[in-house]
Design a protein around this ligand. Structure first.
Ligand code: MSP
Length: 523
C-alpha cells in the first residue's frame, strides 16, 4: 500500500490558537482525508514549537514556568483542533523526550562531520522571528518587516552550520523539481533568497536564552530554535525511535506551511537534511495568510480571533461551513480575507441552496411520488450525461489535489452540483410525475440526481465531513462515509430499495438567515 506523510508547521506556544493557525491545520486535514480516500496509508503530523526566547519571555511576564505555559497552551490547541475536525495522527511537542534526543543527535552528527563549527559573531537578532536578520532584510527605519521591532545587536560565540556548502545543491534541487516548492510562483522567491545565503548561526549563548535544548557537550550554548523545530518532522514519524514507522513514512510527501516561513523550510531544512544524508521531502507547500475584514490580525490591534470564531459568530454546531469557506474563498496558496457578509453569502449559496436544497427536494419528491423507494427499473446506467460528468469531476478533483489545489477541487464539485440543479430544472420531474406514462422517467431522473449526490458527498467529504455523512445517511447508504475510498466512486452505488421517508428527509445545512436557524444565525 502506498503511503502519504503530511505535516503542518508546529505553532509557537507563547499564545493561544487563532484562526491563522487553524487555516493551515484545516487545509492539511482536508488534504490528508483526501489522500486517505485514495486508499493510501496516511500519517498526519502537527504539534507545538515550545522552546526559545519568545516563550521564555512570555512565561516570565505571566509568572509561569515555560513548561507550564506550554502545557496549558498546547492543551488549548488540541481542544480547538478537535472542535474544527482536525484529525492528526501525532501531536508532537518539542519538549517530548524523543525529540530532544533527535535534535541533539543531529547537532552532534553535524559537528562530528565538520558541518557545524564555532565562531564569533555580531548580528541583528529579532526575537519575533527567532532569527538573525541582515541589514537588507530591514525596513527603511531599521525595523524587522514582520514584527515592526528594532532587532537587537548581539555579539556572541556561536555554533554555525555550513549552509553555504549546500547552497548549489539546494538551487539544483529547486530548479530540477518544479513541484518541490508549491505554488510554483514561490520558487523564484526562494531562489532569490538563496543568492545571499551564508552560513547560519545554529546556537545561542545561555546568557541570551536558557529555555531550549543544550548543545551536546557544551552547556553554555542552546540549540537554535529553528533547528529544534524543523527536526520535529523526523521525530514525528519515529526517526531513531521507531524504525518501522520511519521507514514506512519518511520522506514527507508534503510540508504544509505559511508563506512567512518558507525560507526556513526550503533553505535551512533542506540544507540540514542534505548534510545529514537524509532523503528530502517531496514538496513544500506555502499557503497565504488570512486577514479578517481586510485587517491583519495582531495582538496590539486586539483582533486576534480564535479558531472556531466563525462557528461562534453564527452559533454553528459543526465546523463544516467554516472549513468550506476558508478553503473555497480564495485559491489555496493566495491570501484570503474573511468577512461576515462574504461568509454568509457563500455558504448560503453553495451549501444551503445549491447543495442542501438539491438533496432535499429530490428526496422529498422520491417520498411524495414513490413512497421513498427506488425501483429496479429506475436505476440508470453509466451512459447518462450526469454519470459522465461525475467521472470527469472525480478526475479533476484528483488532478487538483495532486498539486494541493484545494479550492480548485471544490470548484469542480460545485460545478457538478450546479449542473445537477440545471438537470432537475430542465427535466422537471414534478411534471413527469403527473402522467402515468412518464412516471418511470421521473423515477430515473430522481435516481440520477441522488446517485450524483452520493458522488458529491464522497468528493466533498474531506472538506465538509459532517454534512457529507448526513447526505450519506439520508441516502440510507451503508457504513460511514469516512471509510469510503475512491473505489466507491463508481456509478450505481445507490441500489434499488426504500431509502427515505418523510421523517428521514432533513435539510443538511440551513440558510444562515432561515427562520429555522435561530436568532444568532440570522445576521
Ligand atoms: N513555530 C514556527 C513554525 C515552525 S515549523 C518547523 C511558527 N509558528 S507560528 O505559530 O508563528 O505559525 C505557525 C503557522 O501558522 C505558520 O505556518 C504560519 O504561517 C501560520 N500562520 C500564522 N498566522 C497566520 C495567518 N494569519 N494566516 C494563515 N496562516 C498563518 O512560525
Amino acid at each position: 500500500m502506498k503511503k502519504f506523510y503530511i505535516t503542518t508547521a508546529i505553532d509557537y506556544m507563547n499564545g493561544k490558537p487563532h484562526i491563522g493557525h487553524a487555516y493551515e491545520k484545516i487545509a492539511t486535514d482536508i488534504i490528508n482525508r483526501h489522500f486517505k480516500q485514495r486508499g493510501l496509508e496516511t500519517f498526519f503530523l502537527t504539534g507545538s514549537d515550545e522552546h526559545g526566547i519568545k516563550i521564555e519571555k512570555t512565561a516570565q511576564e505571566l509568572g509561569k514556568r515555560p513548561k507550564q505555559l506550554c502545557d496549558e497552551n498546547s492543551d488549548s490547541f488540541k481542544e480547538e483542533w478537535a472542535k474544527i475536525g482536525v484529525n492528526y495522527d501525532r501531536y508532537i511537542r518539542t519538549t517530548d523526550e524523543d525529540h530532544k534526543e533527535v535534535v541533539q543527535y543531529i547537532f552532534k552528527t553535524l559537528m562530528d562531520k565538520g558541518d557545524i563549527y564555532k565562531a564569533s559573531y555580531t548580528g541583528l537578532y529579532c526575537s519575533g522571528c527567532e532569527s538573525f536578520l541582515s541589514q537588507r532584510d530591514l525596513t527603511e527605519d531599521g525595523l524587522c518587516p514582520d514584527h515592526q521591532k528594532k532587532p537587537q545587536e548581539v555579539k556572541e560565540e556561536n555554533y554555525f552550520f555550513k549552509l553555504s556548502k549546500y547552497k548549489q545543491a539546494i538551487i539544483d534541487r529547486i530548479k530540477n523539481n518544479p513541484n518541490f516548492i508549491l505554488p510554483e510562483y514561490r520558487a523564484n522567491e526562494v531562489l532569490n533568497q538563496l543568492e545571499n545565503t551564508e552560513d547560519i548561526s545554529v546556537s545561542r549563548s545561555i546568557n541570551s536564552v536558557t529555555w531550549g535544548i543544550p548543545v551536546p557537550g557544551d552547556d553554555s550554548q542552546i540549540i537554535y530554535v529553528w533547528i529544534d523545530a524543523l527536526s520535529n518532522y523526523l521525530t514525528g514519524v519515529g526517526y531513531r525511535h521507531n524504525n518501522e514507522l520511519f521507514n514506512k513514512f519518511w520522506p514527507a510527501d508534503v510540508h504544509i506551511i505559511g508563506k512567512d516561513i518558507l525560507k526556513f523550510h526550503s533553505i535551512y531544512w533542506i540544507g540540514i537534511l542534505m548534510a545529514m544524508g537524509i532523503e528530502l521531502p517531496e514538496c513544500i507547500h506555502a499557503h497565504g495568510w488570512i486577514t479578517v475584514e481586510e485587517t491583519k490580525m495582531s495582538k496590539s490591534l486586539g483582533n486576534v480571533l480564535p479558531p472556531d470564531f466563525i462557528m461562534q459568530e453564527f452559533d454553528l454546531e459543526i465546523p463544516d461551513a467554516e472549513r468550506y469557506f476558508l478553503m473555497s474563498a480564495a485559491p489555496y496558496g493566495k491570501d484570503i480575507n474573511y468577512s461576515t457578509d462574504d461568509f454568509k453569502n457563500k455558504v448560503n449559496a453553495d451549501l444551503a441552496n445549491n447543495l442542501g436544497n438539491l438533496l432535499n427536494r429530490s428526496l422529498s419528491m422520491l417520498v411524495k411520488y414513490f413512497n421513498g423507494e427506488i425501483t429496479q427499473d429506475a436505476v440508470t446506467d453509466k451512459n447518462c450525461e450526469l454519470a459522465s460528468l461525475c467521472d470527469e469531476t472525480q478526475k479533476k478533483v484528483l488532478e487538483s489535489f495532486d498539486d494541493y489545489k484545494i479550492s480548485e477541487a471544490i470548484e469542480s464539485v460545485v460545478s457538478l452540483v450546479n449542473a445537477t440543479n440545471k438537470y432537475v430544472n430542465d427535466t422537471a420531474p414534478w411534471s413527469l410525475a403527473k402522467e402515468e406514462t412518464t412516471l418511470i422517467e421521473c423515477a430515473k431522473v430522481l435516481y440520477t440526481v441522488l446517485e450524483t449526490m452520493r458522488f458529491v458527498s464522497i468528493l466533498l467529504y474531506p472538506v465538509i465531513p459532517n454534512i457529507s455523512q448526513n447526505i450519506w445517511s439520508q441516502l440510507s447508504l451503508e457504513g460511514n462515509i469516512s471509510e469510503q475510498t475512491w473505489e466507491s466512486l463508481k456509478w450505481n452505488g445507490l441500489k434499488a430499495g426504500k431509502i427515505a421517508s418523510k421523517e428521514t428527509v432533513n435539510p443538511v445545512f440551513l440558510r444562515l438567515d432561515s427562520e429555522l436557524a435561530g436568532d444568532k444565525k440570522k445576521k
